[in-house]
Design a protein around this ligand. Structure first.
Ligand code: SAM
Length: 405
């Protein structure tokens, strides 16, 4: 079968979604062939396939050149919905930077919009950081960030630099990541009559990639399942879910790098008791293709984003293990309200009705519970901050849900 026909068939399976361009199909074919070659020898753990689908050098969804974020891409993130997201986050940065001085470091900066808005707001507040560092795994997005930030904030461009990796230690200030953890490859499992097993990927005779329940439990998943807090969970037969085991060492590396300050993580997810609810029998794995969401993770290789929700209890546990304090946890609506988003937007709208309506619509998307307000959460991890700052972070003034973790 021609690869273009395979993709056309996949598009039909997904229903009413736009067809990729011939360039996109050619790109997808290279990634498919790369995976097919490996799968012809033996199945691969789902984790390894997800890693390659997203990040295989030059081939994966994030590594290659297609539009990803925004109206012309596959999904929209909060910084792309409204600059007031960044302006509000800047208020939280401001409170901490006044105490610590130092810099901001953003992981996975997408199109660079959050960096731009935070820097512009901190400039207004007369509290620019020493540096704004960006750690970005995608060469394509890094280049887009550089072009855009140079063009749109030339006077602040000298503050921004891109790091290949985290500074080893000694960082003071604020570390940020919006919708980065959800893009990390996860381990997928199913509880079978024979106990929990890893899910793997196989290639069928017709060349389609398929999920398959393996006959083994990998040592990494076995170790995770044996932990006290996890062994208390019970999964019904057929229950399928996932766990992000990379997050733990990622938090540890942030903790090691941070000398003094705040780590602020924003993403969609739940505390663990909600994440592994008995009725959530299919986990949270989800794909985004041209603003359509679906759960067919092995279709459209390299042309769609693949994400999983975040277990915020796991973040809190990893943080405590790494000697960070969990200083706040709440939903995005409460966090942005605590940072004063409504007052900032009101002031900006002035008396202009059109602007008022446009901003009201943006803010509604960010904070309404049926949009991004409830499912997106914000967690604050701190180190060496005075208690009157770490326990009174403005983003958590309206609601602090740490008891749920
Ligand atoms: C869903 S996008 C979010 C982008 C941006 N933060 C926003 O809110 O628009 C995920 C971002 O994280 C980056 N990313 C994923 N894994 C990463 C990692 N391990 N290190 C650094 N960046 C990563 C991606 O390249 C992309 O920029």
């Amino acid at each position: 079968m021609l690869y273009a026909d395979r993709i056309r068939h996949q598009i039909q399976v997904l229903g009413n979604v736009p067809e990729p361009s011939s360039d996109a199909i050619a790109h997808s074919e290279k990634l498919y062939e790369h995976l097919k070659q490996q799968l012809s020898n033996h199945p691969l753990p789902f984790h390894d396939v997800m890693e390659q689908l997203l990040h295989a050098p030059g081939l994966g969804y994030y590594s290659a050149g297609a539009h990803k974020i925004g109206a012309a891409g596959d999904f929209v993130t909060a910084p792309e919905i409204s600059s007031f997201f960044g302006f509000a986050l800047a208020q939280q940065c401001l409170q901490v930077l006044k105490e610590t001085g130092g810099s901001i470091l953003e992981f996975g900066a997408g199109l660079g919009t959050l960096a731009k808005d935070i820097l512009l707001q901190l400039e207004v507040d007369n509290c620019l950081p020493d540096n704004y560092f960006i750690v970005e795994i995608s060469a394509d997005l890094r280049q887009r960030q550089q072009v855009r930030l140079k063009e749109e904030i030339p006077h602040l461009y000298s503050k921004i630099s891109w790091l290949e990796q985290l500074p080893v230690e000694g960082f003071g200030g604020v570390i940020l990541a919006n919708e980065v953890i959800d893009a990390m490859p996860i381990h997928l499992f199913e509880n079978t009559a024979d106990g929990v097993k890893d899910l793997q990927v196989i290639i069928e005779d017709d060349g389609e990639l398929e999920l398959d329940v393996s006959s083994y439990l990998s040592p990494t998943l076995e170790e995770w399942l044996s932990r006290d807090e996890i062994s208390r969970l019970s999964f019904s037969q057929g229950y399928r879910s996932e766990v992000n085991l990379a997050m733990e060492s990622w938090i540890a590396s942030l903790a090691k790098c941070l000398n003094k300050g705040l780590i602020l993580l924003v993403d969609y997810g739940y505390p663990r008791h909600e994440y592994y609810l008995p009725e959530r029998t299919e986990g949270t794995l989800n794909c985004h293709y041209r603003h359509h969401s679906h759960d067919k993770v092995l279709l459209l290789a390299g042309l769609q984003d693949i994400t999983a929700h975040v277990d915020f209890t796991a973040i809190a546990e990893s943080a405590s293990d790494a000697q960070l304090s969990v200083s706040g946890y709440t939903n995005q609506a409460s966090f942005l309200s605590g940072c004063g988003i409504l007052q900032m937007a009101e002031q900006a709208a002035d008396n202009d009705l059109d602007t008022q309506m446009r901003l009201a619509q943006q803010i509604r998307t960010l904070i309404m519970p049926d949009e991004m307000g409830e499912v997106f959460k914000v967690i604050a991890l701190t180190k060496e901050l005075p208690i009157d700052v770490s326990e009174h972070l403005i983003g958590f003034a309206f609601s602090d849900l740490r008891h749920q973790l």
